[in-house]
Ligand binder design. Structure first.
Ligand code: ADP
Ligand code: NA
Length: 332
């Protein structure tokens, strides 16, 4: 009964990294070509759940918009927006704050990781983050959300919130969203520690490759990436107990649009001394044009602002009627 519609977002809270590119941006660009209406969002309201310098936030938002476009998101085919410019996101989030239960939020692993031992000092917004994320998706009646594996739990919560709303008000108004978590790089790991995901918030810059890194920096980070002394196996089974090796092979597979099996058929038996330079060359070849295009776009901030203003207008044609109907259902 719900028309397929894609929504996904990224926080404008620092440099985009290879995990964001392979787990999100590259897959958005691939999905766009399937002709389903798609909305991609810079989630600045999410970013401020932890402190952001105002000037940096503004710059990161434009840079992220440039990153979306440079990665292949075409503002003529998809709707590109900045979250705070479409007020219905925050308005529906308040309603979802009243639907979601404290206990549900308290069980979110991202909340536990980010708040750490000092939960008392974390912002209320950080705790409520998943309800805003649910609103981001539901305000479009989106049915499919391409994300990395780290977002799986939040999407399950989105379904729980939608289901509780539908149940409490006796309606079938919000769709139960499908997470789309597929491909070789849904969880790109840190280059320094194969057990942690590559993340903007990792204090070690050598742990991640940024979209803005130049060729030398990318090559150096890959050369220094933590590995084991063994040669690469020729079958995926052989990577099972080798998280660092598996990570590099996954990255290679995703960058070259191959399966892990195809890659291993090609590189099985190689030492890292051979494989790492090949991976660095591939990463530079794929990322340098994106970086160059991002830099070009950043040279025209007014154009970026125009794209986001037009995206917000298009978005509100969808979100305003859905919010209005939500209020009616609630008795407002
Ligand atoms: P970060 O986790 O670096 O702060 P965001 O929370 O803004 O980034 O995530 C934006 C998108 O990028 C989400 O779809 C998320 O699942 C994806 N993503 C983030 N880190 C990774 C990673 N290491 N591997 C794969 N996808 C990732
Ligand atoms: Na994340």
């Amino acid at each position: 009964q719900f028309t397929p519609r894609v929504f996904s977002g990224i926080q404008p809270s620092g440099d985009l990294h290879l995990g964001n590119y392979l787990g999100a941006l590259k897959r958005f660009a691939d999905a766009q070509e399937q002709g389903v209406q798609s909305i991609y969002c810079m989630v600045d309201l999410h970013a401020i759940t932890v402190w952001q310098d105002p000037a940096d936030l503004k710059k990161s938002t434009r840079e992220l918009c440039a990153g979306f476009i440079a990665s292949g998101i075409d503002p003529e085919k998809s709707i590109l927006i900045n979250q705070s410019q479409v007020p219905e996101h925050a308005q529906l989030a308040w309603i979802f704050n009243c639907v979601a239960r404290m206990g549900w939020m308290g069980r979110m692993t991202q909340w536990k990781d980010k708040a750490g031992k000092n939960a008392e000092a974390a912002s209320l917004g950080l705790f409520a983050y998943p309800a805003l994320m649910a609103a981001d998706i539901m305000i479009y009646h989106a049915t499919h959300v391409p994300v990395g594996e780290d977002q799986k739990q939040h999407l399950e919560l989105t379904r729980d919130i939608a289901a509780k709303f539908n149940h409490d008000y006796g309606v079938d108004f919000f769709p139960l969203v499908e997470p789309v978590i597929e491909g070789a790089a849904t969880r790109v790991m840190s280059l320094r520690d194969g057990t942690k995901k590559m993340s903007k918030s990792d204090p070690s810059p050598a742990s991640r490759i940024n979209l803005t890194d130049d060729a030398d920096t990318i090559a150096k980070k890959i050369r220094k990436a933590k590995t084991d002394p063994d040669a690469l196996p020729s079958e995926a089974e052989g990577l099972k107990e080798r998280p660092e090796a598996r990570n590099l092979v996954n990255i290679y597979a995703a960058l070259s649009d191959q399966s892990v099996e195809q890659v291993l058929a090609e590189v099985g038996g190689q030492q890292f001394g051979t494989f790492k330079p090949a991976l660095a060359e591939l990463a530079v070849a794929k990322m340098a044009p994106i970086t160059a295009e991002m830099n070009r776009l950043m040279g025209d901030e007014a154009e970026i602002d125009r794209i986001l203003a037009r995206g917000a207008e298009q978005a509100r044609e969808i979100t305003a009627p859905i919010l209005k109907r939500t209020y009616e259902i609630i008795g407002m």
